[in-house]
Ligand binder design. Sequence first.
Ligand SMILES: [Zn+2]
Length: 430
Amino acid sequence: MIHHNLHAENCNNKLFTTLAYADDMVILLRKEQQLPVLHQVLHRYAMASTANINFRKSNLLPLGHWPPSLTMANIPIKDFVKILGMFIHTDIKKMIELNWNPILNTIRYMFSKQLIRNLNLIQKIWNINLFILSKVWYIAQIIPLPEDVAQRIELGITYYLWTGHIYKIAKSQLWKRTEQGGCGLIAVNNKSKALLIQTLLQRKIKYKNSITSKLIDFTLQHPIFRRIKMCLNKIPERLLNDPESMTTKEIYTSLLAVKETIPSIMTKYPNMKWKRIWKIFTLPNISTDWKTSAYKVVNDIVPTEAKKYHHNITHSPLCQHCGSFDTLHHRLTTCRPVVWSWLCRKLINASHTDNPNDVRRTVLQLEMPNHSNKFALTWIIMGYLHYMISDNNTTIAGLQKLLMEAERNLRRKGRNNLLIIENKKNILNI
Ligand SMILES: [Zn+2]
């Protein structure tokens, strides 16, 4: 009814007039003459439905050339209103602050509160992408995220991911996909820009040559959109020419690719078969606890005594268990010779090799041989790495207990056949 009556006064019926969501209603008036029409319509509705409209609970936001004190039924005049969880202010700078400051505070609070939960690196990243930053993704579709707020959110992410750790993995690596050596952590700045660009460009294409399209061009001239405009230049032509493929994901990927970096461990050991190594982290049916531990081993961020000594964090490089030089190699092999030989026996049987060097390389560098036992080998090695770097008092019985528990989990999912190797035996029984 409102829509119909106001359009009689409107010059362009394609323009936005009303938005109704649950018991909230937003009405946009473009001319002063529409005010008495609206009043009349609302009055007629109240008479017909016997429902009383509480005008004191409504707000009027004067935009553009609207006379600052013109209202109806004493509706309070405000300089901002909240629509669908978003603050709309007459001043764009204040609108940005009003929206982002409370979100930043909530996110900081969530990061510190979420630390109590004992999540591993991979679970924490899921939590950030899907839960903690969900409000950011919602607002960023409409309101530009200021650079300083993005930086403060990134600091919060680092704090949440790495509190209690001595060595970290660079965020530029975590941003990459798993098969490229990363963990799929979303880069806040780029994702926010991609969301806003997607909103603007999709509308520009949809309302081609209309006033909406011209409005978007005009908006992009505002200094606040300078960075967004700069990003537009980085989007490949192929995307700009094909609106169908212009998803947020595509835009995000192209923005992220601009400053592509190589993980530091790949620069340090360029001759390793990295593509194959990263691929095993995409294998399903291995717990994220195990994968996180293996990821720390591969990226060489396990805080051994030798490493800490090298960085002046401790007084001695010697192993607290046996007194040898405590490197990662030592911790995973020679420190507990009995547990190590137990694993070697399994690996030799399942990987058709009797060369101890091959076995050592498979465990320390996760260079899995490409044959049908690949899952069983990866599974047992990741379990071993997890056990060896998270437990101080390691024994064969302890390792077997951990592996058997994981095997039960696989059986519950009906996937225990994955542990059967070529000679039809379970890898734990050879
Ligand atoms: Zn030792």
